[in-house]
Design a protein around this ligand. Structure first.
Ligand SMILES: Nc1ncnc2c1ncn2[C@@H]1O[C@H](COP(=O)(O)OP(=O)(O)OP(=O)(O)O)[C@@H](O)[C@H]1O
Length: 444
C-alpha cells in the first residue's frame, strides 16, 4: 500500500502540480479543494493518511483555525501549511498548535518533498508496531526482546535510571504467550531494608519470628509461572546473592522457618544501572550469579543518544495527558526543539515529569514556552547546571530540592555509588534514599 497524503488546496494549478510531484514519489494523494470536503475526510478517520499538506486560505475558511481545534490524534500527523503573503501569522499560530512546518508561497517544492519524506518514511513505518521507541537503537532492543521473550532464559537489562528497563521487562512478560502464565512481580532490591530481604523474597511460615502471624508468600513464589523482575539487582548484599543463586539453580527455596522447600517456575528479568562487571572485579557481585542472570543481556541507551524517541515519547505522553484532562494538548516546534536539545539526565522518567509540569503550567493546552530550570524539581537543564548558582532567587521548594540533590550527589560519590553505604552515611533508609534519588533524577 502506498503511503497516503492528504492535500487541501483550492488552486487548480498548484493542486495538480503537487499531486503529480508526490505521485512520482510513490505517494497516493487524496486532494480536496474545500475545507468542508477535508473536514468530512477527517471525520472518517483519515485511514492510511501519513501526512497532510494544506493551503491556509480556502474558499470556505481558514484551514489553520480548523486545524487548531482538531483532536490531538489528528494534529499528531505531520501537517505542512502553504501560506500566501498575508496569512503568515495564521501559519505561525498553526505551528504553535503542533503543525510540522509552514512554507511561504512561492516555495521550493523539492524542499517540501524532502520534509514530507523525512516525516513519513522511517518514523511512521516504525511507529506502527513500536512499543519502546522508534529510534534505530530502540528498534534493535525491541527486536532482541521479541526474540528472547518466548524462550524462558534469564534476561539482564542494563542502562541508566529512567531509560525504561521496567517497561522493557513488562514487554518481555507481555510477549510470553503461555496460557497458564503467572504474574509479573516487580521487586526493587534497593528499596527493601536488608534485614527484610530474605523474608520478602522467599516468604515465611507462620510463627517463624515474632510478628509472623500467618504464612507469607514471598516474591519468588508469587512469580510462579510468571516473571520475577529484580530491579537494581546490583544492590543485593552478598549473602542474599548466594541464596538467590541457589534458588535459581534449584528452582526451589525455603520460606523463612520452613522445613520443606517451595518450588516456583519463574522467569527472571534483572535490571541494573551499575556496572556489574566492575562490581564483580571489586568482589561485591558474584560472578556465578551474574552469568546466571545475564544469559541474554540487553543494554537500553540513554534518551539523549536517541533523539528520535523524544518526539515520539512526547506525543504518546501528551495524548495520555490529553485523555486524562479531556482536552487536546498541542506543542509548538520551538518547544519541541528545546526538548530535543536538553540533556535528560533522568531519561524518559524526567521527560515525562517535565511534560507533566509543562501541561499543568500551560495555557489553553498549548505548550509553547520551555519551562525555566527552577520550575523543574530535578532542575536539570541542558548542561546540568546547578540551579542554585547565580543571583536568581528560587522558590523555596526548588531551593530545598537543589540543596538536597547536591548533598545526596556528594554522598553517593563519596560511597562510590553504593546505595546501602550512602543511606547509612546520610542517616536515612535505603528506601527513602532510593525514592529521593528517583524524585531528584539522580543516578548511583
Ligand atoms: N518506551 C516507553 N514508553 C512509555 N513510557 C516509558 C517508556 N520508557 C520509559 N517510560 C516511562 O518512564 C518512566 C521510567 O521508566 P522505567 O521505570 O521503566 O525506567 P527504569 O530504567 O526501570 O528506571 P530505574 O532504573 O530508575 O528503575 C516510567 O514512568 C515509564 O512509564
Amino acid at each position: 500500500m502506498p503511503p497516503r497524503l492528504l492535500l487541501i488546496e483550492d488552486d487548480l494549478i498548484m493542486g495538480e502540480s503537487l499531486v503529480q510531484r508526490f505521485e512520482l514519489e510513490a505517494f497516493e494523494v487524496v486532494w480536496y479543494r474545500t475545507l468542508a470536503a477535508a473536514q468530512a475526510a477527517v471525520r472518517e478517520g483519515l485511514p492510511g493518511v501519513r501526512a497532510v499538506i494544506s493551503d491556509v486560505r480556502l474558499p470556505d475558511g481558514l484551514a489553520t483555525e480548523w486545524f487548531a481545534a482538531l483532536p490531538a490524534r489528528v494534529r499528531a500527523l505531520p501537517w505542512f501549511f502553504l501560506t500566501g503573503y498575508g496569512s503568515v501569522d495564521a501559519a505561525v499560530q498553526a505551528v504553535r498548535a503542533g503543525a510540522r512546518e509552514f512554507m511561504t508561497k512561492p516555495f521550493d517544492v523539492e524542499r517540501l518533498v524532502q520534509l514530507v519524506h523525512e516525516a513519513v518514511d522511517a518514523p511512521a513505518a516504525a511507529a506502527e508496531a513500536a512499543v519502546l521507541g522508534i529510534s534505530p537503537a530502540m528498534r534493535h532492543v525491541e527486536r532482541m526482546i521479541r526474540k528472547v521473550a518466548p524462550q524462558k532464559v534469564s534476561v539482564l537489562l542494563d542502562g541508566e535510571s529512567g531509560v525504561g528497563k521496567e517497561v522493557a521487562a513488562k514487554l518481555i512478560h507481555a510477549l510470553d504467550e503461555r496460557p497458564d502464565k503467572g504474574e509479573f512481580v516487580a521487586v526493587n532490591c534497593a528499596a527493601i531494608p536488608e534485614n527484610l530481604l530474605e523474608s520478602e523474597c522467599f516468604g515465611y511460615e507462620k510463627g517463624a519470628f515474632t510478628g509472623a502471624q500467618r504464612t507469607h508468600r514471598g516474591y519468588l513464589e508469587r512469580a510462579d509461572h510468571g516473571t520475577l523482575f529484580l530491579d537494581e539487582v546490583g544492590e543485593l548484599p552478598l549473602p542474599m546473592q548466594a541464596k538467590l543463586l541457589r534458588a535459581l539453580q534449584e528452582r526451589a527455596f525455603f520460606r523463612v522457618g520452613a522445613e520443606r522447600a517451595t518450588h516456583s517456575q519463574f522467569r527472571i528479568v534483572a535490571a541494573t544501572n551499575r556496572d556489574l562487571q566492575a562490581e564483580m572485579r571489586a568482589g561485591t557481585f558474584r560472578e556465578d550469579l551474574f552469568y546466571r542472570l545475564a544469559v541474554f543481556r540487553i543494554t537500553l541507551p540513554p534518551l539523549r543518544e536517541r533523539p528520535e524517541d523524544i518526539r515520539w515519547l512526547t506525543q504518546r505522553f501528551l495524548e495520555e495527558f490529553a485523555a486524562e484532562q479531556g482536552h487536546p494538548i498541542a506543542v509548538s516546534e520551538s518547544f519541541m526543539r528545546d526538548l530535543l536539545a536538553r540533556h535528560w539526565g533522568g531519561n524518559v522518567r524526567e521527560l515525562r515529569a517535565y511534560l507533566e509540569q509543562a501541561v499543568i503550567l500551560s495555557e489553553a493546552g498549548i505548550l509553547d514556552e520551555p519551562l525555566p530550570a527552577s520550575a523543574m524539581h530535578a532542575g536539570t537543564d541542558r548542561d546540568g547546571a546547578d540551579a542554585t548558582a547565580g543571583d536568581e532567587i528560587l522558590p523555596l521548594h526548588a531551593m530545598v530540592a537543589e540543596t538536597e540533590r547536591a548533598h545526596i550527589r556528594r554522598a553517593l560519590a563519596h560511597c562510590q555509588g553504593s546505595i546501602g553505604k550512602t543511606a547509612e552515611l546520610l542517616g536515612i533508609s535505603r528506601k527513602t534514599l532510593w525514592e529521593k534519588m528517583k524524585r531528584l533524577a539522580l543516578e548511583a
